[in-house]
Design a binder for this molecule. Structure first.
Ligand code: B12
Ligand code: SF4
Ligand code: SF4
Length: 316
């Protein structure tokens, strides 16, 4: 049956699929507590993200977790958007289309086979648990020092998880070589020092947080130039990594109508764009990281990006 779930996942457009027992989550609690002790200020943050370490309590009937990867790093990303909009947002898979996967079909398969499944997009950001940890345990790849989950294709992959009421297991055997012992390129690329040491992040220093959920504020200790030209999200710690095999984003598979939209949503054009346009062409693409009520925050991000363009060093 595990193999059949895998086959269905591939047919639905995913790149890989693994299945672990819910008991394999036991090790996460220790890592989570270490994180809280290393970065105590992040406790408040994670308390609000949802009960990521409480999968067993939330789903007492669950026996296993199915984890899926979708590699959006195969697409071309318009040059104009690079360094401004995170690729995870604008290359967000279009559901049930040529540019994504078919979640509906995957979930229908569970129903047809009398497997009770919960997850997918049902819980939004909260999801069924710590997806990166689950993916690593399922053998789909490894977690690197920048905290990202990497397959052989790198970190530009999206994770989707389901808890199911059957006891299955499918541990994949991928060959991903670990980080070089001395490498700290990701830490050095992080201008706000959110990556203060390896395998750790202070989410309250992360540009991706402040340009999305953080209402475009700049907290004490950070300054506007640290945000460089990022309007929404940040890819610095992934782009700096030698294990991200894609460095030329101008090549790759065509993705939807992004090429046509890209020149329109440059920060310098924001003053001529209506709120409705920004909601339709930017906010709707941020996977719920920005809401309709965040239009003014988005404009503030664009203004900061524009200001940085004027003061940035010539070699950037
Ligand atoms: C909250 C959240 C955020 C927050 C906080 C991020 C953070 N790292 O703390 C904010 C809003 C800042 C954020 C931003 C982004 N996010 Co986010 N985010 C999440 C979410 C919903 C929960 C993550 C979380 O809080 N985990 C709790 C912390 C304590 O644990 P953890 O980060 O999972 O880390 C554990 C592992 O690293 C593990 N671990 C450490 N060492 C080792 C070693 C081994 C061997 C093992 C097995 C495990 C292990 O222990 C850690 C616990 O300390 C997940 C989805 C999910 N449900 O997992 C997406 C998720 C992590 N985000 C994702 C993405 C793409 C992003 C952005 C890149 C978007 C963008 N481009 O701007 C940014 C990048 C910021 C960054 N540098 O992390 C992807 C990452 C995909 C990947 N390949 O890794 C996820 C998985 C969403 C998804 N469904 O695909 N995000
Ligand atoms: S996403 Fe940007 S700000 Fe956040 S940890 Fe990575 S480099 Fe630092
Ligand atoms: S930049 Fe270096 S240390 Fe950071 S994740 Fe990549 S290989 Fe690991």
């Amino acid at each position: 049956m595990s193999k059949e779930i895998y086959n269905c996942a591939i047919q639905c457009g995913f790149d890989n699929c693994g299945i672990i027992s819910v008991n394999a989550l036991n090790g996460f609690e220790e890592l989570y507590q270490k994180r809280i002790s290393d970065v105590p200020q992040s406790k408040f943050f994670y308390d609000n993200v949802g009960d990521l370490q409480g999968t067993k309590e939330r789903f007492p009937w669950a026996k296993s977790i199915v984890i899926l990867t979708f590699n959006y790093g195969k697409y071309c990303y318009p040059k104009e958007l690079q360094g401004k909009y995170a690729k995870a947002f604008f290359l967000q898979p279009h559901k049930n289309s040529d540019f994504g996967f078919d979640l509906q079909r995957f979930e229908q398969w569970f129903v047809e086979h009398e497997i009770h499944a919960e997850g997918g997009e049902q819980f939004h950001h909260h999801s069924v648990g710590p997806l990166r940890y689950i993916a690593a345990k399922a053998g789909l790849g490894i977690i690197r020092k920048n905290n990202f989950f990497y397959t052989e294709n790198g970190s530009y992959n999206m994770l989707i998880g389901y808890v199911i009421d059957k006891e299955y297991e499918l541990i994949q055997n991928t060959h991903v070589i670990p980080c070089g012992e001395k490498c700290d390129l990701c830490q050095r690329a992080c201008k706000t020092k959110a990556l203060q040491s390896q395998y750790t992040i202070d989410p309250l220093k992360c540009v991706s947080y402040w340009t999305t959920f953080g209402n475009s504020d700049i907290p004490q200790g950070l300054s506007p130039e640290m945000f460089e030209e990022w309007v929404c999200g940040c890819d610095n710690c992934q782009d700096a990594c030698p294990h991200n095999i894609r460095h030329d984003w101008n090549a790759g598979k065509h993705f939807s109508n992004l090429k046509e939209i890209a020149p329109m949503i440059l920060p310098r054009n924001y003053e001529n764009l209506s709120d409705e346009f920004l909601i339709e062409q930017v906010i709707s693409k941020t996977a719920d990281h920005l809401q309709v009520s965040d239009v003014q925050a988005l404009r503030k991000n664009a203004e900061r990006s524009l200001n940085y363009q004027q003061i940035k060093p010539k070699n950037k």
